[in-house]
Write a protein that binds this ligand. Structure first.
Ligand SMILES: [Zn+2]
Length: 92
């Protein structure tokens, strides 16, 4: 195992070594400091979407699908985001 110029995503230690590949074939590393195993260069990234703009577009179109196309996300994501908004506005 060789040392890498990487930082552990958990404890920020640089005592990180390669730990083979996981079932989907992504390279993983193991932190010698805290022992956590993670995928290197994880590509999962959440899109930042302006909730107010999303709500505005939805109110204009009254369509989850059109709103999703407008923001480049799925209509299910639009629905979940709108659900979150209504939940948070009810609790306050
Ligand atoms: Zn660590």
């Amino acid at each position: 195992m060789r040392q890498l110029n990487l930082k552990c995503g958990n404890c920020e230690s640089n005592r990180v070594v390669l730990n083979g590949r996981n079932s989907s074939g992504s390279q993983t590393y193991r932190c010698k400091n805290c022992g956590c195993c993670r995928v290197l260069n994880s590509v999962k990234k959440k899109k930042d979407i302006d909730i107010e703009a999303l709500l505005k577009v939805y109110q204009e179109n009254k369509s989850l699908r059109l709103t999703g196309i407008f923001f480049g996300i799925s209509h299910v994501t639009v629905f979940n985001k709108l659900k979150k908004i209504s939940h948070s506005s009810l609790s306050t």
